[in-house]
Design a protein around this ligand. Structure first.
Ligand code: SF4
Length: 479
């Protein structure tokens, strides 16, 4: 599963701290997440029965995951019946080999790309470049992060971390354009650069928002029109599809479309919705060849985990990122890989290995907002808690604070004392006596020793009550 690219998910604390000290980044994340979140709130409040819609979407995803083998076979059969070619890729490496192979056979030296997180996940661009093929991102946000040499900062808004001023500077540096902070002018500069690429490229590459098993249709939604361009102008179209993107029937698409646009950007529907079923037929526009690459890369293993399989319901709307108090402060890059925010804290350990991302499940306040806004009702806090347990069991690491006593030992000691009332009572009396040096007005501002020192680094610790419950109970019981 692990590809050769870097993952820094275990440095989330250090990376997050750097972002907290950068007022420009703080403002960029604050304003963008707030805008998207507010738009979502307004959009969902207009839909009567939004809760039932979420429930229905969840049921449909459960149906797919319970019978994924059947629906995958049905989807593949229908793609091929309509003239498409299906490729199965078990790993990121296999997917890269398949795509570079298709591009080489098509004689394509340039590839125009839609925004696809799966392509980021498998590190496709470096692989294409190694094969002598130039990839061009055509989604505006992706185009910007490709120029700046960064990863997307958000699954829906890749350039969320950059201000208009940053983008203007970037365009001046890389395309020698006139400086401007007017969004329409910045868009026009990008469009001029990209237009010729669409016309020249031999291959267009997209992801898929949904893949309809009943018809073999790849569904793509967007606002800019670039996907429509790149799935029709080049001679070959390749759709990279994570196997969790399946939905059972075309009629079910209506449920997901009503949820996705509203949850992602607060739109009733995105500007363009493309339904692509096979390559062009006589008398039609479109590519001569259509290839669908179905990617596993750890998804089947997640499916086999009864608890974690719910994670595969995700439709990548980004709502949980926009609402998350942690994401809003530390942004996407601090998560150290492609997927960020609450869903990233689940996906990254699953796809990249628990050991490589063991800090991520702890990067949450467990406030539950992610669960409340999720259009498919994924119980993210519950899964994060489960993963925390898995980390302790299967991938324990050194404490980020360099603890003298391991947390595990401390917990064992705690459990031992809890089962012995006299020991517990003595311990709590000792702690109450000891805290006199530290407590002021019921709060402790700083504890010098781990693990409480980690807590007081960021907030105050409530002092122990002057009397224990048992002592107070005895007093109450007295006549
Ligand atoms: S977990 Fe839910 S809210 Fe978060 S991106 Fe996925 S579908 Fe959207």
């Amino acid at each position: 599963m692990m590809s050769e690219h870097t993952i820094h998910s275990n440095q989330i604390h250090e990376q997050g701290r750097q972002v907290l000290g950068d007022s420009r980044l703080q403002e960029a994340y604050r304003s963008s997440t707030l805008r998207l979140f507010t738009h979502r709130q307004a959009a969902v409040s207009e839909v009567p029965g939004f809760e039932q819609l979420r429930e229905r979407a969840r049921e449909l995803k459960r149906e797919i995951m319970d019978h994924l083998d059947f629906y995958l076979a049905q989807f593949a059969e229908n793609v091929e019946r309509r003239g498409g070619v299906v490729h199965w890729a078990e790993s990121a490496e296999e997917a890269r080999t398949v795509v570079t192979g298709i591009a080489a056979r098509a004689g394509a030296s340039e590839v125009v790309k839609a925004k696809t997180m799966v392509s980021e996940e498998i590190e496709l661009n470096p692989a294409l470049e190694r094969a002598g093929i130039r990839p061009f991102e055509t989604d505006l946000g992706e185009f910007i992060v490709q120029l700046s040499g960064e990863r997307p900062a958000h699954i829906v808004a890749p350039a969320m971390h950059l201000t208009r001023h940053d983008v203007s500077d970037l365009f001046v540096r890389s395309m020698h354009s006139e400086p401007t902070e007017v969004p329409e002018q910045l868009t026009a500069i990008a469009r001029r650069t990209l237009r010729e690429k669409f016309a020249r490229a031999g291959l267009g590459l997209s992801g898929a928002n949904f893949a309809v098993a009943e018809t073999g249709t790849v569904v793509l939604i967007e606002n800019e029109g670039n996907i429509r361009f790149l799935t029709t102008a080049p001679r070959v179209h390749v759709a990279l599809v994570g196997i969790e993107k399946l939905i059972p029937r075309l009629a079910d698409l209506a449920v997901f479309l009503r949820l996705l646009g509203r949850s992602a950007t607060g739109q009733k529907l995105t500007v363009y919705t493309s339904l692509l079923t096979g390559p062009r037929r006589p008398g039609e526009d479109g590519p001569e060849e259509m290839h669908v690459v179905l990617l596993d890369n750890g998804r089947i293993a997640t499916l086999a985990d009864e608890k974690m399989r719910e994670m595969l319901y995700c439709i990548r709307c980004g709502a949980c990122l926009n609402g998350c108090p942690v994401f809003r402060k530390i942004g996407g890059h601090a998560y150290g890989w492609v997927y960020s925010g609450p869903i990233g804290a689940l996906v990254t350990p699953q796809l990249m290995g628990l050991q490589n991302a063991r800090e991520l499940p702890f990067a949450s306040s467990l406030c539950g907002l992610c669960r409340d806004v999720c259009p498919v009702k994924i119980n993210i806090p519950d899964l994060l808690l489960y993963l925390r347990g898995e980390v302790q069991e299967r991938a324990p690491g050194p404490s980020p604070r360099g603890a003298l006593l391991g947390e595990r030992t401390l917990m064992r000691l705690w459990a031992w004392a809890m089962k012995r009332p006299r020991v517990y009572s003595f311990g709590s009396r000792l702690a109450r006596w000891g805290q006199r040096l530290l407590a002021r007005h019921g709060w402790i501002a700083r504890v010098p020793m781990y693990p409480a020192s980690g807590w007081t680094d960021g907030r105050d610790l409530p002092a122990l009550a002057p009397k224990s419950f048992r002592e107070r109970w005895k007093e109450i019981e007295k006549p």
